[in-house]
Design a protein around this ligand. Structure first.
Ligand code: TRP
Length: 355
């Protein structure tokens, strides 16, 4: 009781919800190093990461290798995927001088804070996470404990930097809400507005890239058909062929938005064109409505090749020197630790740990 009165009368600690705007803007996001980078990640996540970097905000982008381990990973594949993702990011315009680019395993403060958060978060909160339910499937008893506590590590990834903004896909919204719950409970339990209420920056449906074989399904690195997606490592001929063979209906491209809304394949190709050309869907419609697909598809293929082949060439060049990639990650990790270490230390002190 006295604590509550004290909190209310002390302006420095009155706001236990710790609004993100009162913390300096800091952007953080994480991506798992599983499989290959494809057009969906490029137009959805990576391009946004680059835009945020170039807007002058402080940006940290983390390859969450420890999260990947929550389900089985072949060791050699994990190593390769970590380097390939790093190369893909840099080739797509992430500048390791401007952004802090690193892998999670190199910054032990993430897992250290995750332990504290394991003790803050409740079993009930974790049990409600839809990603856990989806990934664990029917056989929950056999899921790793890491898969269950995954969101506590994710909250630690974000909050160990006091990050205020997190660009993520729609499927991660629930995890960001949990991150806010963890921050609020910690602040409340220890009566200090130490952690910010991080804001998700959700990728809109308009930027979602769908499968080239089925306009109602998300383009995915795990789709069994390689024709369904454009990989950032595809060469020019493969890209052109995939667009030529992309599934469409026999009608010409729609003339109206109402019609576009009802034709998922046409809408997807127009969205991809808009994303690659960096123009609005309206502008693309003005140019191409009424055209035959046989005319539009080669244009789209040319544009995709023009935009993506410099990226895949650069990626290949970077992949030839894995030691350089590892140096970039090590340097990023050092800069990340410089921010994380004092925040972790303060967290330990707040909780009463003797450090
Ligand atoms: N869970 C995220 C995903 O599957 C990856 C992730 C881990 C992440 N830590 C994060 C995203 C922190 C944003 C911030 O996509």
């Amino acid at each position: 009781m006295t604590d509550a009165v004290h909190t209310q009368s002390n302006p420095a600690t009155a706001d236990l919800t710790a609004d993100a705007p009162s913390f300096p803007k800091r952007v953080f996001s994480g991506v798992q190093p599983t499989n290959r980078l494809q057009l969906g990640n490029y137009l959805g996540a990576v391009k946004r990461f680059v835009d945020m970097q170039n807007s002058g905000a402080e940006t940290l982008y983390c390859i969450v290798d420890l999260h990947a381990l929550s389900v089985w990973q072949d060791p050699a594949d994990l190593t390769r995927a970590t380097r390939e993702l790093t190369a893909g990011y840099i080739a797509s315009g992430l500048d390791p001088e401007k952004s802090i680019l690193f892998n999670q395993a190199r910054v032990p403060e993430h897992t250290q804070l995750a332990w504290i958060f394991n003790c803050v978060a409740r079993m009930g909160w974790m049990s409600r996470m839809t990603q856990f339910k989806d990934k664990a499937g029917k056989n929950r008893e056999n899921a790793s404990v890491g898969l269950f506590t995954y969101p506590a590590l994710m909250a630690a990834d974000i909050l160990v930097y006091h990050a205020t903004h997190v660009p993520v896909g729609d499927d991660q919204k629930q995890h960001i809400e949990l991150t806010r719950d963890v921050a609020a409970k910690f602040n409340n339990d220890f009566k200090t507005p130490f952690f910010p209420m991080t804001e998700p920056v959700i990728e809109g449906a308009a930027t979602r890239v769908m499968s080239l074989r089925d306009g109602t399904k998300k383009m995915s690195k795990s789709d069994p058909s390689d024709m369904s997606r454009i990989n950032l490592t595809d060469d020019a001929d493969t890209i052109a062929q995939k667009f030529r063979k992309a599934r469409t209906d026999p009608d010409p491209l729609p003339e109206t938005f109402a019609e576009l809304a009802e034709r998922p394949e046409a809408r997807n190709l127009i969205n991809i064109y808009a994303g690659l050309a960096d123009i609005s869907v309206d502008a693309v419609m003005a140019e191409v409505s009424g055209q035959a697909f046989s005319e539009f598809k080669p244009r789209l293929a040319d544009l995709a090749v023009a935009k993506l082949s410099p990226i895949s060439t650069e990626m290949e060049r970077l992949m030839r020197d894995p030691a350089e990639i590892d140096r970039i990650l090590a340097n990023g990790a050092e800069r990340a630790r410089a921010i994380a270490a004092p925040i972790l230390k303060r967290t330990y002190e707040i909780t009463g740990l003797v450090v």
